[in-house]
Design a protein around this ligand. Sequence first.
Ligand code: NAD
Ligand code: ZN
Length: 360
Amino acid sequence: GKTTYRNFPMVPRVVFGKGSFSQLGDILLPKRKNSEAPFIFLIDDFFENHMLALQIPLLFNDEIIFISAEEEPKTEQVDAIVARINEKYDEKPSGIVGIGGGTLLDLAKAVSILLNNKGTAKDYQGWDLVHKPALYHVGIPTISGTGAEVSRTTVLLGPERKLGINSDYTTYDQVILDPDLTKTVPKDQWFYTGMDCFIHCIESLNGTYINAFSKSYGEKALELCKEVFLEDIPESESRDRLMMASWHGGMSIAYSQVGIAHAMSYGLSYLLGVKHGLGNCLVFQHLQEFYPEGVKLFDQMLEKHNIQLPKGVCSNLTQDDFDIMVHVALGMEALWENALGPQWKTIMTPERLQALYEKI
Ligand code: NAD
Ligand code: ZN
């Protein structure tokens, strides 16, 4: 039959530059429906007593909701925020602005979808289940690496599974990339979330789904990651480049897929609540057989930045625990097929996968 190519949405508007966050008020102004339709700002609570909170361009009945990024976003959390907004305002908001890392960016995407679509967030976990456009939504990353600012998914932990709301309406309408917002990121977190981007590149470039579109973005992101994590460049330049690496890394996987580290990291996250960036690192260090060049570079990066990954994370788990993680990880079929090809089930058996988990 004839191949059907995916018709892929992109972020239609983006601002880049140090200090560009100060333009937010001007950007939102023409999107205000009326004085009763607020903008709702969902902001990482790290910024609660921070200058950034004072620079939010509040007008009329706009509201700031501070949210902890301690745990990864959950479907119930999305439903609770949506219910609160629906109860409080007579009019639908003019839009949602998400400010933070992947956690806040994903929450804001999901909230904007659920404000315009009936039911609960778990109903939309999957592929192309959203039928009405989301409310206008703006994403402003404060840490670089996930690519959530550009992707068409929002990854949520639901009652039954951790799965994205993948849809054409998930993608942001507007993104503001201000590298200055990442100045306060702690070093370990900078590394873990930055490695999410690095691993996106390795998994995309070494996958069977690779194509010229993804390759062009993946190679650029990989080059930027190497500059940021292996060379000595000025800090401000490094922040700029990592922000663009995240963007390109996200674009690269959009038209291909991630791979083994992500599949396994989902298992760790589901069972133990290990966060995405750290989980990817914990897994990736043991994937030499699959990504030899990538793991070599990763080891150099760990050493250069003197990062000590936690040890013994899986040492006290029961067989039931391993079964759950293996089940969750093997459920990510597209990731395995991308990594190992159509015969992946004969290559990655449950026993082999458990042996990898046991190393962590
Ligand atoms: P995060 O949003 O979970 O934040 C990590 C930590 O950094 C938090 O403690 C947060 O408070 C802190 N932080 C963020 N910005 C800061 C700043 N400027 N200064 C100081 N501290 C700051 O981290 P993340 O790694 O960006 O996101 C992980 C999440 O992203 C996971 O939930 C994962 O599922 C999701 N994700 C989504 C996609 C997607 O395409 N939608 C892709 C990859 C990952
Ligand atoms: Zn990732």
